[in-house]
Design a protein around this ligand. Structure first.
Ligand SMILES: Nc1ncnc2c1ncn2[C@@H]1O[C@H](COP(=O)(O)OP(=O)(O)OP(=O)(O)O)[C@@H](O)[C@H]1O
Ligand SMILES: [Mg+2]
Length: 450
């Protein structure tokens, strides 16, 4: 969660600012105080705070005016009015000016803390809304890293090391090895309250990346009808996951490099330099050395990102973990303790797993759907080798290939059991199977099912 670590108090009552400062500092906040509007705005210009406690009437300006000026500098600031004479009209004015909330004097300190907590949650929500899209698209991933091989032990050690430092981290590895799980693990160990925002660099159209990263001012380009903060600004003080960094076009790489070097950004259409302090965790399944050689990726940016370089090995380099991971997923999908028979495990250990743990997971999910009775059969596993042939047919030793169904049979059974499990709901079945509704309808028709 984004930390509200910096609070600015603007109030001409020195007794109040002093006692509030002492109280909030004791609660772990960094507190600055100003005793008139101009001083408050000056301090805010120099160093922004996430939360401002603002008096309704100041010697030189009205609180509402100060509120507007601060929000002009950073529209995401949470402004909490402290009012001596709370009238409904004033409250309405304050909220209309963009204040977050108000407290009327005298107030209990507990009340203040609760309101600050609300502001923290609010800041967090705003960040969340922005990444919701991203998260919605991302399949619901597991957060746990399973496996106790040496390889997995080393990964866990590296996660612990990385989480203990502020250095940028680059996580490389083939698709499905668990790079995102590792990135989240680093953040979780580090400090769960900090902001953790993620953006998938390959999912954003090229012409929107810059706006998404750095934000823009109203009118900066056609369609920019309101100011918007970029993801770097939103993640200030926290961690930003740049997923699939290898996909960023080269001209944006130099902009990204400048941001990392200067630790500041400029919104599109604005001259104002906004300091941002963000820890970057980047992931990629590309061969970065080759990308650099081919001049698809800037070497200087690479060095900035890969201060802490983590390579997650493919599953075929740690087949020892397969039984443990397989057990974990089978239990998860079936919710009953069925293990994968040893003979299949041996077969799985020989398989190259081009899609790594994700593929293993998918294979077991399918097997769980196909399961009849209490035993997973080799045919249910449907492993494919590179040439597309089923592994069962290649590794014939001790296997009765007559028992192996054709793909068409398996597909039919798979569709039927999914249809069963979805209680005959066609749209749900189609979505679960990852096919379109019309494809599902056609296949059901072929099986004479309506
Ligand atoms: N060691 C592991 N234990 C349990 N689950 C794992 C492990 N590694 C990966 N997974 C699971 O495998 C799937 C893929 O993981 P993840 O999305 O982190 O891969 P990735 O390396 O980011 O892949 P891509 O390059 O395609 O983005 C997820 O469902 C994840 O939970
Ligand atoms: Mg990933």
């Amino acid at each position: 969660m984004k930390k509200i670590s910096d609070i600015l108090i603007i109030d001409d009552d020195e007794l109040l600012t002093d006692s509030l400062s002492d109280f909030l500092i004791a609660k772990g906040f960094r507190v600055k105080a100003a005793h008139n509007g101009k001083e408050g705005i000056d301090i805010f210009e120099r160093q922004q705070s996430t939360l401002v406690l603002l008096d309704q009437e100041l010697p030189d300006m009205r609180g509402i005016e100060v509120c507007r000026r601060i929000l002009d500098i950073n529209p995401n600031t949470k402004i909490l009015f402290i009012t001596a004479y709370a009238t409904i009209e004033y409250a309405v004015d304050a909220m209309q000016a963009g204040a977050f909330n108000y407290l009327s004097k005298p107030f209990e300190l507990d009340e203040l803390l609760i309101t600050i907590d609300m502001a923290v949650k609010n800041v967090h929500m705003e960040g969340k809304l922005r990444v919701q899209d991203y998260e919605r698209k991302k399949e619901k991933e597991e957060k746990r890293l399973v496996g106790s091989s040496e390889v997995m032990k080393r990964i866990r050690e590296q996660i612990a090391l990385a989480s203990g430092s502020d250095a940028n981290v680059l996580i490389t590895g083939e698709t499905g090895v668990g790079k995102n799980v590792v990135a989240e693990a680093i953040h979780d160990l580090q400090d769960r309250r900090e902001t953790f925002l993620a953006i998938n660099c390959s999912a954003i159209p090229e012409n929107l990346i810059e706006a998404e990263y750095f934000g823009y001012e109203k009118g900066a380009f056609t369609g920019a009808d309101a100011r918007r903060e970029g993801i770097f600004e939103l993640a200030d003080g926290g961690t930003l996951l740049l997923d699939e960094i290898g996909e960023i076009p080269i001209h944006l790489q130099s902009k990204l490099l400048t941001v990392l070097e200067d630790k500041s950004i400029r919104r599109i259409g604005s001259g104002r330099i906004i300091p941002v302090n963000v820890r970057i965790i980047a992931t990629t399944n590309q061969d970065m050395e080759k990308a650099i050689q081919d001049r698809r990726f800037r070497q200087d940016l690479y060095y900035r990102l890969a201060v802490f370089n983590m390579r997650i090995p493919p599953l075929r380099e740690h087949p020892k973990d397969i039984p443990e991971i397989a057990d974990y997923f089978v239990k998860k999908f079936l919710r009953r303790p069925i293990s994968v028979p040893d003979s299949h495990i041996e077969q799985m250990k020989k398989y190259p797993w081009p899609g790594n743990v994700r593929e293993l997971r998918n294979v077991l999910e399918r097997a769980s759907l196909l399961l009849r009775g209490d035993e997973i059969r080799p045919a249910d596993l449907l492993l494919q080798d590179d040439s597309g042939a089923r592994l069962g047919k290649i590794d014939q030793e001790g296997l009765n290939t007559e028992n192996i169904s054709t793909l068409e049979e398996v597909e039919m059974r798979h569709i039927l059991s999914a249809f069963d499990l979805c209680a005959g709901n066609k749209s749900l079945t189609a979505r679960t199977l990852g096919i379109s509704l019309s494809t599902l309808k056609r296949k059901l028709k072929e099986m004479h099912i309506r």
